[in-house]
Design a protein. Structure first.
Length: 83
């Protein structure tokens, strides 16, 4: 992980984009008033988003298991597909 100030990024954007994509580096762009941003590859971003979706899904499953254990489940008839 690199931390680089805004002026340096602006003057060397291509180099830091290459570091993010080619070297899988995460670049923190430091700005005034601590309004920092992060530069990372699309591949890395997609991995992070997938992990977040998986975590949300697992949390929903845990919540469902807790509801069933507390007796708040419902039983329904199975719907058959007509195909």
């Amino acid at each position: 992980m690199l931390a680089v100030n805004y002026s340096t990024i602006r003057n060397n954007l291509k180099d830091y984009c290459d570091k993010a994509t080619d070297d899988n580096e995460v670049v923190i762009v430091t700005r005034k008033n601590e309004k920092n941003v992060v530069l990372l590859s699309l591949e890395k971003y997609n991995q992070i988003m997938k992990m977040a979706r998986n975590a949300e899904y697992l949390a929903m499953i845990d919540q469902s298991i807790s509801q069933l254990a507390a007796g708040r489940g419902q039983q329904h008839e199975l719907i058959e597909d007509e195909d």
